[in-house]
Design a protein around this ligand. Structure first.
Ligand code: CP
Ligand code: NVA
Length: 310
């Protein structure tokens, strides 16, 4: 564990496959401990700040509860209520907060806000979602896949829809650990070309296949895991109508999932829109493990905090 101490958690590319697998195993162990009622408090006397520039249900609650369960204290800091919302620089915010806190999580629009905070803070900075990535979610997703399938390497994950922060972190994480990731997006909504390029390099080392395709059926063919996310992410609400048209052929529904392996699992980071990116039959059906996945946010982030801050 000491190996991780003081590190930031900005994107999964900052960690090796061994380190990611270690954090997943730690998350599974912390889940077991919590359910067995075993006390584990590596954050005793420590304080974690949670900066939010966007809405959140899972991230906020799981970080607050997780910090408490580890023996620490969490502060919810809405960007509009701290001076950052009135123009105090991220660099100054980072240097001031480093004098009080033992770790910071930030959810923000621009990814450069995360890297800037990490640059100037002396304490670990955790990316709780930016426009570029959502690595905490992917660690919880990978934990869920390991629980359900016993491994990551060699499996095929199909991501259907917007080439957004979720697509990016799934591609990067998959490329790192050797999980094949096929992303199917409509024209104009593909993942960031720079992320695709980065994944090609990472995948060459791990042996994973990371591929962006147009046809959802090609992505889903024989998949072990099917993943989707909202068509209009936070900050893109005004594009809802035009996105509904662009993504009309990209709904994860019964017809599409019939091409996957019969024992495929369905994942969604949530919040979800039934009847848009996923049919109610699929998301509420027997292959869906979305609430285990949501629960695992708690355990995965406890693993991150125990390793980095504990
Ligand atoms: N999946 C996720 O990050 O959910 P919240 O936006 O509710 O935190
Ligand atoms: N892509 C979504 C994920 C929400 C957890 C968004 O950024 O709004």
């Amino acid at each position: 564990l000491s190996h991780f101490k003081g590190k930031d958690f900005v994107e999964l590319s900052d960690y090796t496959a061994e380190e990611i697998n270690f954090l997943i195993e730690l998350a599974i162990e912390l889940k077991r401990k919590q359910k067995a009622g075993e006390v584990y408090r590596p954050l005793e006397g420590k304080t974690v700040g949670l900066i939010f520039e966007k809405s959140s249900t899972r991230t906020r609650v799981s970080f607050e509860v997780g910090t408490y369960q580890l023996g620490g204290h969490a502060l919810f800091l809405s960007k509009n209520d701290i001076q950052m919302g009135r123009g105090e620089t991220i660099a100054d915010t980072a240097r001031v907060m480093s004098r009080y806190l033992d770790g910071i999580m930030i959810r923000t629009f621009g990814h450069e806000n995360v890297t800037e905070l990490a640059k100037y803070a002396d304490i670990p900075v955790i990316n709780g979602l930016s426009d570029l990535g959502h690595p905490c979610q992917v660690l919880a997703d990978f934990q869920t896949i390991v629980e359900q399938k016993g491994k990551l390497k060699g499996l095929k994950l199909a991501y259907i829809g917007d080439g957004n922060n979720m697509a990016h972190s799934l591609m990067i994480g998959g490329a790192r650990v050797g999980l094949d990731v096929y992303v199917a997006s409509p024209e104009g909504y593909e993942p960031d070309p720079a992320v695709i390029k980065q994944c090609e390099q990472l995948a060459a080392e791990s042996g994973a296949t990371v591929k962006v395709v147009r046809d959802p059926q090609e992505a889903v063919q024989d998949a072990d895991v099917i993943y989707t996310d909202v068509w209009a992410s936070m900050g893109f609400e005004e594009e809802q109508k035009i996105r509904e048209q662009a993504f009309a052929d990209y709904q994860v529904n019964e017809a599409l999932v019939s091409h996957a392996k019969p024992d495929y699992i369905f994942l969604h980071c949530l919040p979800a829109h039934r009847g848009e990116e996923v049919s109610a039959g699929v998301i509420d059906g027997p292959n869906s493990v979305i609430f285990d996945e949501a629960e695992n946010r708690l355990h995965a982030q406890k693993a991150i905090m125990a390793a980095l801050i504990g």
